[in-house]
Design a protein around this ligand. Structure first.
Ligand code: FDA
Length: 389
């Protein structure tokens, strides 16, 4: 059997690519359904893009690499496509766009675009062998127990990263990249909760508040959630992509609150009120209780001189913590790093030294922030390769 193009991986990037390829196209996946990560994304509503997506929202060893693909297939192009498929959507927060209905609508959109392009889809198919030929590639597949040999001119690596192995994530794209001499950057779990070894926040599990979370390189103003194992929530997932083992992080629990002024005014108006009672108007009561074990919060407001209020606000705006690690690939939304962009064309996603070999989506060393950016990269890079093929 001969195809012009074989795409390994029927995820977001692979299906988008198939919808734009010319010629005879085959998409293969070892899963029993396409787009499983799309299905579970955004709590079942798929945060399919971000209105503010731009190169600054992506991490890569080469920060320029993503620019071309993102500029040639933008969030507005995908929003148009969603509109053409009559899928209703809404902005949740910070430009994040979600389906009103179900993420399955996005999978259906991609399947019908693939259909329109005449692409074939083989599920429950495992790659057994891959060789280069003079005119392209020869692949051996096991398709539901049947051994099949297939040749193609173009081969697209779209099997994603290593996050959530339970859902079928494998390092296949990396292995094939290595086989053909492409370099890999270090990979690590990203958009992932932090863990703390000593059950530090067990009693706070479920408490959530808006914070400014930072390390020495960056900061994010979003919610933080205490869990049984440590810290999660959007600010934590975002910072995890910029965090390295052993580093401290800083939590500002009152990023937009003029707490010193508020407490001083209340000291005047209601001096007999307990400091902790007043603080619980601004922060979750369980958190105030927890913090009071380490930060001086005893007494009434009237007992607090300005110096004590200064000390307290300083402590609440700069709580330093050192995570023991992250939850790793088990729960990470994405893999940071991957196929080195130096070995790929930023216009076509084709390997510079292996004509006909392409890599797209999460397998490539381009990783988006939380908030629809990773799907936008899948759409843009899939489109770049598809239109080039
Ligand atoms: P993707 O992982 O989607 O697809 C890879 C495909 O390759 C899969 O179908 C897999 O089965 C297949 N495959 C893997 N190994 C194979 C092998 N050896 N043989 C054959 N097939 C193989 N992003 C975002 O922008 N908005 C969001 O709301 C979310 N939400 C979200 C929630 C959760 C829980 C996770 C884990 C991730 C997200 N993401 C997200 C991230 C987003 O899902 C991710 O970045 C994209 O799916 C990446 O698209 P790809 O097509 O590159 O890989």
């Amino acid at each position: 059997m001969t195809f012009d193009t074989i795409i390994l991986g029927a995820g977001a990037a692979g299906m988008m690519c198939a919808a734009h390829c010319g010629g005879r196209v085959l998409v293969i996946d070892h899963a029993k359904a396409p787009g499983e990560k799309i299905r579970i994304s955004g709590g079942g509503r798929c945060n399919f893009t971000n209105m503010y997506a731009g190169p600054d929202n992506f991490l890569s060893q080469n920060s320029h690499f993503c620019k071309s693909a993102l500029a040639r297939y933008t969030q507005w192009d995908f929003i148009d496509l969603v509109g053409r498929h009559k899928i209703a959507w809404h902005e949740k927060t910070l430009g994040q766009l979600f389906c009103d209905g179900s993420s399955k609508q996005i999978i259906q959109l991609l399947l019908s675009e693939m259909d329109r392009a005449g692409a074939e889809l083989w599920l429950r198919t495992e790659l057994k062998d891959l060789r280069k030929t003079d005119s392209g590639f020869m692949l051996d597949f096991d398709r539901e127990g049947q051994r099949l040999s297939v040749t193609c001119t173009n081969l697209v690596l779209a099997t994603g990263g290593k996050s959530i192995p339970k859902m079928g994530a494998t390092g296949l794209a990396y292995d094939i990249a290595r086989q053909f001499g492409l370099r890999l950057t270090d990979t690590r779990a990203a958009l992932v909760p932090f863990t703390f070894s000593d059950g530090k926040f067990k009693d706070l599990s479920g408490v959530s508040l808006p914070v400014r979370l930072s390390n020495d390189r960056t900061s994010f103003d979003e919610a933080l959630l205490f869990t049984h194992r440590g810290l999660s929530g959007p600010s934590v997932l975002q910072l995890s992509s910029y965090w390295r083992e052993g580093e401290a992080i800083r939590v500002n629990m009152i990023p937009d609150l003029p707490l010193f002024d508020l407490l001083r005014d209340q000291r005047q108006a209601a001096g007999r009120k307990a400091l902790t009672t007043e603080l619980a108007r601004h922060l979750p009561a369980r958190l105030v209780d927890y913090l009071s074990q380490n930060i001086q919060m005893q007494g009434n407001l009237a007992d607090q001189p300005d110096s004590a209020l200064t000390k307290l606000t300083a402590a609440l705006s700069n709580w330093e913590l050192t995570p023991s690690g992250t939850e790793g690939y088990r729960t990470a939304e994405v893999t940071l790093g991957g196929i080195d962009t130096d070995d790929l064309s930023s216009k076509t996603m084709e390997a510079k030294d292996v004509p006909g070999l392409y890599a797209i989506g999460e397998a490539v060393d381009v990783t988006g922030w939380l908030g629809g950016y990773n799907f936008q990269w899948a759409w843009s890079s899939g489109h770049a390769a598809g239109t080039a093929i």
